[in-house]
Ligand binder design. Structure first.
Ligand code: HEC
Length: 130
């Protein structure tokens, strides 16, 4: 293999590693208190994200849920920017044995701006933002 090719591959690997690391940090700060660092949640209170078909399912629906919040879960539309949302959603889709595609910045932007299905509209947004 040519050295230049190897360097490119190494660079990509380092980038992917950094992305996962950032997602882990965002998760630890914003999600782990309820969903637990292990992703197992607390039965009866906070759903498990580990082995969850929902988390590994349709990305647009998942992005919408984390943006808007739902029932006992706060909205993250104001506290996390699109890049952090993409990082943390990719992290939960690819951790604890979960195996789903990464979520890109563009996918989050599309859901936030309303051009994707499951988009966040103003009327929809929960009012109990904290
Ligand atoms: C204050 C506690 C709390 C925090 C913090 C929290 N969640 Fe949740 N989360 C919940 C609760 C409660 C539910 C279940 C809501 C319901 O009953 O529909 C939930 C549901 C979910 C679901 C849907 C699970 C399913 O199977 O339907 C996802 C995905 C999720 N949370 C991801 C996250 C992510 C990512 C973060 C951090 C950015 C986060 N949550 C932070 C409490 C929390």
């Amino acid at each position: 293999m040519k050295i230049a090719t190897m360097l490119v591959l190494l660079g990509l690997a380092a980038q992917a590693g950094a992305q996962t690391q950032d997602g882990k940090t965002v998760f630890a700060k914003n999600c782990a208190a309820c969903h637990m660092p292990s992703g197992a949640g607390i039965p009866g209170a906070f759903p498990a994200l580990k082995s969850s078909p929902f988390v590994q399912g349709d990305a647009t629906t998942l992005i919408g849920t984390v943006l808007k919040g739902r029932a006992g879960m706060p909205t993250f539309a104001a506290s996390l920017d699109d890049e952090k949302l993409a990082q943390v959603i990719t992290y939960i889709r690819q951790s604890w044995g979960n195996k789903a595609s990464a979520v890109s910045l563009q996918q989050v932007q599309a859901v936030r701006s309303g051009s994707g299905a499951g988009a966040v509209s103003k009327q929809d947004a929960p009012t109990n933002i904290h």
